[in-house]
Every structure is written in C-alpha cells, then in structure tokens.
Design a binder for this molecule. Structure first.
Ligand code: ADE
Ligand code: ZN
Ligand code: ZN
Length: 265
C-alpha cells in the first residue's frame, strides 16, 4: 500500500517534469557553456558584459532565451535557436548554403546580433536582448542537433525510451546525457574546463561556418546512433557519446568567450 503511494508520487512527479524537456541544451548545458565562456573573457570584455547584464552572470543569463519561449511577445525568436541542414555537407557546400541563407535562423541571427552589439547607438534594453540571444545561440549551435534535419525537427521526432521514460533524440542531447552525470553546472564546468592556449586559439579562429560544419558532421553520427522507437541502453550510450558532448560544451564556451572578447575588446 505504502509502496504504491510512493510509486504514484514518483510517477506524478516524473510526468510534471516531461513537458520541460526538448528545448535547447537543457538549463545546465547552457549554464556550463556560459560558465566556461566566463573563464576566458578578457578584463575589458568582462567589464562590458557586466555593464549590460548587471548582477546576472553569463551562465544564468544563458537560459533567458528558453524561458521566454512561453511568452508570445517573443515568438519571433523561435527560429533563431537552430539552423536546419538536411544532410551531411562538405565545407564548400556549407559555405555555399550559408551564402544563400536569408531566413531567420541561428546563422543569420548570430551575424545580425554581433553587428547590433558593436553599435554604439542602440538602447540599453536592445543591447541586453541582443547579448542574451547571442550567448544562447552560440551555445545552442554546439548542440549538434541544432543543425539537424527540418523533417524531424532536429531529432525531436525521433522517439526513444530512456530508462523506461519516453523521450527523443534531441532531448537526449539537450538534457538527458548531461543530467545523467548528476553534477551541478559549476561541478560540471570544473570537470571539463581544461584547455591549452593553442587549443583555444584554434577553436576561436575557425569561422562560424566551421563551427556549423563540425556540428553538422556530429549530427550525422548522432542520427546513426539511435533510430525512432529504440529503447536506449543508457550506460552504453553514455559511454560512447559523453566525450563528444563534453567537447562540444567546451568548444561552445571557448568560442563564445572569443566572440565576446572580439566584440567588446
Ligand atoms: N527545435 C525545434 N525545432 C527544431 C528544428 N527544426 N531543428 C532543431 N531544433 C529544433
Ligand atoms: Zn535554444
Ligand atoms: Zn535543443
């Protein structure tokens, strides 16, 4: 009887949790990228960022773009979080594709936001929105499925089972794999934030097209990793993919820092 009650409470709580999934790097994924970025800012960039964000850290402000998805006022930002690329492409194909890209997506909006933040004349509120969005989207595009296929909404329609719970491929990469580590975002950052100057320089100097190409190639691997209807062997999946995931969190943070240093340097 008592066990039944506990089961019902656990089931009830897990159902409450489900609708929160499937957004973008989950809350902690964004915070980890943001915290890593923070550790590589120049003093000048840190001061400029703080002047815009006030008391809010980069880690915490990273999630704003997902929180406002529930407010219709910000509905126009929905497509800024990703860029859909239908297949694995070459570097030349990627550059061609981006050259012709005129839609509202992660690529065109990162370029737009960098331009906005470099302006001296925009209002305080506009600057805050631009910085919050730029931080978030640079992080998002390092989640490989944010460069995924339009037809399955970047893996959102690839339905999977994770420890008996229904989920999808996109959500596994946004949230479940990260949550599986059972670390706070600061603990997680301390775990993975180890880089050399040579590595940071190489990652930061690559153009945005290269960031997207890397994600596109990883997305192809990830699409091969699980098929619609699969019940994942979580321990094995974690063993095979956590290295890639952590590398993407790290690259996202390092590149975000490079971009902010460039804008505010
Ligand atoms: N999130 C929601 N729709 C998406 C899409 N089409 N691609 C990637 N991420 C998404
Ligand atoms: Zn997002
Ligand atoms: Zn996502």
């Amino acid at each position: 009887m008592k066990l039944n009650l506990i089961k019902r409470i656990v089931l009830g709580l897990s159902m409450l949790y489900l609708p929160l999934q499937s957004m973008a790097w989950g809350a902690n994924g964004h915070r980890i990228c943001g915290q890593i970025a923070d550790s590589y800012l120049t003093p000048k960039a840190r001061k400029a960022v703080q002047a815009i964000l006030g008391t809010e850290s980069i880690a915490i402000t990273s999630n704003w773009a997902d929180f406002v998805k529930s407010d219709p006022k910000y509905g126009y930002l929905y497509n800024w979080h990703f860029i859909n690329i239908e297949k694995e492409v070459t570097d030349a194909e990627m550059k061609e594709l981006l050259k012709k890209d005129t839609t509202a997506d992660a690529y065109t909006k990162i370029n737009y936001l960098v331009g906005e933040l470099k302006k001296k004349t925009i209002s305080k509120d506009a600057k805050l929105l631009a910085l919050r969005m730029l931080i978030h989207i640079v992080e998002d595009i390092h989640q490989p499925l944010h460069t995924g296929h339009f037809s399955d909404k970047g893996g959102n329609d690839v339905k999977l089972t994770w420890f008996n719970n229904p989920t999808n491929l996109h959500s596994v990469w946004d949230s479940q794999l990260i949550d599986f580590q059972q670390l706070s975002y600061t603990e997680y950052t301390a775990w993975i934030n180890h880089t050399t100057l040579a590595q940071r320089t190489e990652w930061q100097k690559a153009p945005l097209s290269q960031w997207l190409l890397e994600s596109n190639h990883l997305a192809a691997k990830i699409y091969d990793s699980a098929k619609d209807g699969d019940k994942l062997n979580v321990y094995r999946y974690n063993y095979d993919y956590i290295g890639i995931l952590n590398q993407q969190l790290l690259k996202g943070g390092v590149r975000l820092a490079g971009l902010l240093n460039q804008i505010f340097g």
